[in-house]
Design a protein around this ligand. Structure first.
Ligand SMILES: N[C@@H](CCC(=O)N[C@@H](CS)C(=O)NCC(=O)O)C(=O)O
Length: 228
């Protein structure tokens, strides 16, 4: 199995959508080889076919892109490994949680660290990243990140559903971590390796949960050095 993953100028893996798949692969006990790419390399992964995004995996000669589709594919193709997305309604609720992560966690974090993230990228990727993200957010990266010290409290408040959930166990998924944890983890790991900005207060249960997640699978997340 090959995982195509983005690296920044420090060769650190920062993609939030890849981190959820990395922990899913570890949860399933699957070995894989990582192919480091820059944003500019993504079109060369699949010259003939559809446009891919990161993460993409190659398994038995087949390319699978999109984190949700990758985990579903692994659940189906390797049924002897622990299943991460339940069939039916339960899986649909997990998909809803993915949308919450995308809008509240990724959307909130982007408005706090996007300029730092840009600066952490390989210089070859920076012009593309700036142009595409400024088009997406309809403002400069500097304007997007401005005033973050005053805005971080609102972001922390928006995480209240996680706090309520973590009142029932060490992980969002309960006593043991599951795909909901890996979905949320990806966003915080993205911030951790891309920006020195302190997103979470140290006495927040979300902070304690994130530290627990960094320790999972022999510290797979912690091995990636934080931004300084
Ligand atoms: N729905 C996709 C989103 C993947 C995605 O947007 N990945 C980003 C990197 S984190 C990407 O490949 N961006 C390509 C680009 O901006 O050109 C998933 O969850 O895998």
């Amino acid at each position: 199995m090959i995982l195509y993953d983005l690296v920044n100028s420090r060769k650190t893996h920062f993609s939030p959508n890849s981190w959820r798949v990395r922990l899913a692969l570890a949860h399933k006990g699957l070995a894989y080889e990582v192919r480091d790419v820059l944003f500019g390399d993504i079109p060369s992964i699949n010259t003939g076919g559809d446009k891919l995004t990161i993460p993409t995996i190659s398994h038995n000669g087949r390319l699978v892109t999109d984190s949700w589709d990758i985990v579903r594919y692994l659940d189906e193709a390797l049924p002897q490994t622990p299943r991460l997305i339940a069939p039916g309604a339960e899986g649909q609720v997990l998909k809803f949680f993915q949308f919450w992560v995308q809008t509240t966690i990724h959307g909130g974090i982007a408005r706090l660290i996007m300029r730092d993230l840009h600066d952490s990228l390989d210089p070859a990727d920076q012009p593309y990243f700036r142009a595409s993200r400024e088009k997406m957010y309809k403002q400069t990266l500097e304007a997007l990140q401005a005033g973050r010290e005053e805005r971080v409290d609102a972001f922390r408040k928006s995480l209240q559903p996680m706090r309520l959930s973590l009142g029932h166990g060490p992980f969002i998924s309960g006593e043991q971590p599951g795909y909901a944890d890996y979905l949320a983890f990806g966003g915080f790991q993205w911030a951790r390796v891309s920006s020195p900005f302190q997103l979470l207060a140290e006495d927040d249960v979300v902070h304690a949960w994130f530290e627990r997640c960094l320790d999972l699978f022999d510290g797979a997340g912690r091995r990636e050095a934080p931004a300084v």
